[in-house]
Design a protein around this ligand. Structure first.
Ligand SMILES: NC(=O)c1ccc[n+]([C@@H]2O[C@H](COP(=O)([O-])OP(=O)(O)OC[C@H]3O[C@@H](n4cnc5c(N)ncnc54)[C@H](O)[C@@H]3O)[C@@H](O)[C@H]2O)c1
Length: 385
């Protein structure tokens, strides 16, 4: 069968935009049976350096400053939306109006209302979507999900997820869009706790209600120099400062649909953990632990002898697409290659396969409920869609 060519348009050539692009190109190397091949047609970024990178390095045929030119092109079959959060709604609605399926980064909207607007509009237009909940694709997570679903761990009693990062631990970290409510929405809740909430729901059941607290520990940050916008931008020592508007740290206690209790913790200012994104699941017959920093390992207790380490192996999720045997590691970019493959197949076959806009909306409702609970001090229901 000849694979169909799908013209790809990219919006924003930052960390994620570059990774989406590499993932589209890598997808057929690992999934040669894919019914579609990506053709990188056009990238949009107001930054000239990003546009040059798109054409000179990533291989886009052209680059433009305004994303609306991407949506206007008939030869663009699908788009990647990798812009800062405050642009997601506008760009996603433009993609939907143009009838383009999209792969969007998380958090999808700045609030549950925005995420819901995007998810509903995509559904009304009958478009498939993909959302950057990449940790789902780790083979060890696929195995964890299977172990839970097969009943190998018994009845699930409690789940712990902590997404602890240090990317904003330096108080000299510049006050970029990520720290401003109007630009980012929530802080670490949308950035990291949304991943954790998605993993908990993917593996252990729907989060039905939460009790949460949040805090901003670094209240002021230096204003950024022009162009500085990444997670890792630093302000100069003598720069004027501005107020951080969203939370650095969040902790949630949650009840899941199956009756289990979950705790979710997320921080962007920890000194020590680098990207310690962990999930632990405990059941009446066993338990498992996973940490993204050791992505290919699963701590598994399926006997009274306690935990043992098992390495991801062929048979766990898509591991065999990348490595022939256990012990040879996969990396972060590979998770995005799996996401790209799911998205390309979805578009070609017209069926939803990747984490979806609905999943992003669900995670956004958990984030909103956590913020409401932190304000009121009360347990808060997470509404069903
Ligand atoms: N899935 C994940 O694990 C993950 C990891 C990092 C970031 N993200 C998400 O990806 C998104 C982008 O983050 P990033 O780290 O790639 O950001 P980044 O700062 O590296 O890149 C952002 C890019 O957007 C461009 N941009 C700014 N204004 C624009 C406009 N009007 N039109 C088009 N492009 C514009 C900038 O020039 C820059 O190239 C965010 O929503 C973030 O939360 C997800």
């Amino acid at each position: 069968m000849t694979a169909r060519r799908l013209g790809i348009g990219l919006v924003s050539v930052g960390w994620m935009g570059r990774l989406h692009s590499r993932a589209y190109l890598a997808a057929p190397h690992h999934f040669p049976d894919l019914p579609a091949r990506a053709e990188l047609l056009v990238a949009a970024d107001p930054d000239a350096g990003g546009r040059a990178h798109a054409t000179d390095v990533l291989g886009y045929r052209s680059a433009v400053a305004d994303y609306r030119e991407v949506m206007a092109r008939d030869d663009v079959d699908a788009v990647s939306i990798c812009a800062p959060n405050f642009l997601h709604r506008e760009i996603a609605l433009a993609a939907i109006a143009a009838g383009k399926p999209f792969w969007i980064e998380k958090p999808m909207g700045r609030s549950a209302a925005e995420s819901g607007e995007i998810a509903r509009a995509a559904a009304d237009r009958g478009l498939v979507t993909a959302v950057g909940f990449n940790y789902r694709h780790a083979p060890a997570i696929a195995r964890a999900r299977e172990l839970v679903r097969s009943g190998a761990l018994g009845r699930i009693t409690h789940v712990r997820s902590s997404f602890l990062a240090d990317y904003s631990s330096d108080p000299r970290g510049a006050l970029t869009w990520r720290f401003l409510t109007e630009r980012a929405g929530s802080g670490v809740l949308g950035d990291l706790a949304s991943h954790a909430a998605d993993l908990v729901q993917f593996i252990a059941g729907r989060i039905e209600r939460v009790s949460a607290d949040v805090e901003t520990f670094i209240a002021e940050r230096p204003l950024p120099s022009a162009g500085a916008a990444s997670h890792f931008s630093r302000g100069s020592a003598d720069a004027p400062t501005g107020r951080v508007e969203n939370e650095d740290y969040a902790v949630l206690l949650a009840r899941l649909s199956g009756g289990a209790i979950a705790s979710i913790e997320a921080s962007r200012i920890d000194v020590g953990p680098r990207a310690e994104y962990a999930l632990e699941v405990y059941g009446t017959a066993g338990a498992l632990r996973w940490d993204f920093q050791r992505m290919n390992e699963l701590q598994l207790a399926d006997s009274p002898d306690g935990f043992r380490t098992v390495l991801a192996r062929p048979g766990d999720g898509e591991f065999a697409r990348f490595q022939p045997g256990a012990g040879t590691a996969m990396g972060f970019d590979d998770l995005k290659t799996i996401e790209a493959a799911l998205f390309l197949r979805s578009v070609a076959e017209g069926r939803q396969l990747a984490p979806s806009a609905d999943d992003a909306w669900e995670a956004a409702r958990v984030v909103d409920a956590a913020l409401a609970s932190a304000r009121s001090g009360a347990w808060t229901e997470v509404p069903a869609a």
